[in-house]
Design a protein around this ligand. Structure first.
Ligand SMILES: C[S@@+](CC[C@H](N)C(=O)[O-])C[C@H]1O[C@@H](n2cnc3c(N)ncnc32)[C@H](O)[C@@H]1O
Length: 200
């Protein structure tokens, strides 16, 4: 089963399963957005739009996702907002020009896609020099054995998310990205809130 198919099936249940456990960390991550009016922000893998209520007014937003059923739910969340456009697309092959965005938001997408290194390289391509990539996701520590998550990964990577992704090899593929901040969150430091900056 492809991720597109499984997220089509998961779409009606997604908010019920994911909103509660992620709401606090999601809000903390989004506090790093300044609301500057001259910014364009890409919300990579926007899903059902759980981030939308906490996106500050001011910037122009583009949300991209592979799954129409998830985007349909995000569309319902837009309500009065006319500052967010939704696009269907693949974050590993972004349909955008180089250096087009001031900020790329990557909440629960980098460790979801089959090739996270490609998705990060694409984000690094479309963000402007000096721009930021804000990540919230699950990463194993470098050298961490994590046998349960590595075995689970063989199945769950085809349905919902990878559980074996290590951050350091991804960053090594993008030397133009500087690690500004990395905060390990519960449970047991698996979730990370990360800020990357593209060098000028
Ligand atoms: C775990 S959900 C995260 C959604 C949202 N970012 C959030 O924080 O709730 C993963 C999302 O990634 C999307 N997705 C999976 N593979 C993708 C790809 N290659 N390109 C774009 N979106 C993808 C799925 O459709 C799903 O909406």
């Amino acid at each position: 089963m492809s991720l597109k198919h499984s997220y089509t099936l998961l779409a009606p249940l997604y908010d019920l399963i994911v909103n509660g456990p992620t709401a606090g960390m999601r809000r903390n991550s989004l506090r790093r957005l300044t609301g500057a009016t001259d910014q364009t922000i890409l919300v990579s893998g926007i899903g059902t739009g759980l981030d939308i209520p906490d996106l500050p007014a001011g910037p122009a937003y583009i949300g991209v996702d592979l799954t129409t059923a998830m985007l349909r739910r995000a569309q319902r969340r837009l309500r009065q907002r006319n500052d967010i456009q939704l696009h269907c697309g693949d974050v590993m092959y972004l349909p955008y020009a180089d250096e087009q965005f001031d900020v790329i938001l990557m909440h629960l997408i980098l460790a979801v896609v089959p090739e996270p290194e490609r998705a990060l390289r694409e984000a690094a391509r479309v963000v402007r020099p000096g721009g930021r990539i804000l990540v919230l996701d699950k990463f194993l520590r470098h050298g961490e054995r994590a046998p349960v998550r590595r075995v689970l990964n063989n199945v769950i990577r085809h349905i919902a998310t990878r559980t074996d992704v290590v951050l350091e090899p991804l960053l090594a593929q993008c030397p133009q990205l500087q690690l500004i901040e990395e905060i390990r969150l519960a449970p047991g430091g698996w979730f990370h809130q990360i800020e990357l900056r593209k060098t000028e």
